[in-house]
Design a protein around this ligand. Structure first.
Ligand SMILES: [Zn+2]
Length: 178
């Protein structure tokens, strides 16, 4: 029998039941393991089972998948101290985690940073009469708060993921972007 992902029965969280083990009355999962930076290999988790490797051609069980495209599972989220509600996001991949880890660490300081930003804008508006001073202030501001700049760069998708950590993230970003 040729190996095909669609022949397998999903058992949740990127696992499929092994059809060969099933014939022997055993229940094992076929799982996708990352082999290197850009490919992954299917294995049956039962050490005595060769499925799907007995089927011959590696093209049947080696697939192209970048490390960044690995779907996120509950163990990863727990180890990174990120909310498990993120599992409800089907598009979430390990490539998104860097920004979410950063957001999670920045979270306690967001309110203060936004307040400073708002005061700054007010001050800038008052001083706008003097263009030279304004330019100087802009330079200091970038030096002072690179974190908010990073937050401003969040894509819509990242904002959706980030809301699991900071529920009012969209409002905050709209506020600092204007
Ligand atoms: Zn098996």
């Amino acid at each position: 029998m040729d190996f095909s992902e669609t022949e397998l029965v999903p058992t949740g969280n990127m696992k499929w039941q092994c059809p060969e083990c099933q014939k022997r009355g055993q229940f094992s999962s076929v799982r996708l393991f990352q082999a290197n930076f850009d490919s992954a290999i299917y294995f049956c988790e039962n050490k005595n089972c060769l499925y799907p490797h007995e089927t011959g051609s590696p093209s049947k069980f080696v697939v192209r998948r970048s490390v960044e495209e690995i779907p996120v599972n509950v163990e990863m989220l727990r180890s990174l101290d990120l909310p498990e509600t993120l599992l409800s996001e089907p598009c979430l991949r390990t490539g998104h985690l860097d920004q979410l880890i950063w957001l999670s660490a920045f979270h306690p300081h967001i309110k203060t940073a936004v307040e400073v930003d708002q005061h700054w804008k007010l001050l800038m508006a008052k001083m706008r009469v003097n263009e030279k001073i304004e330019n100087e202030l802009e330079k200091i501001k970038d030096f002072y708060d690179p974190d908010l700049e990073k937050l401003k760069g969040f894509t819509d998708e990242m904002i959706r993921f980030g809301k699991h950590i900071v529920p009012d993230l969209e409002e905050i970003i709209n506020l600092i972007r204007c």
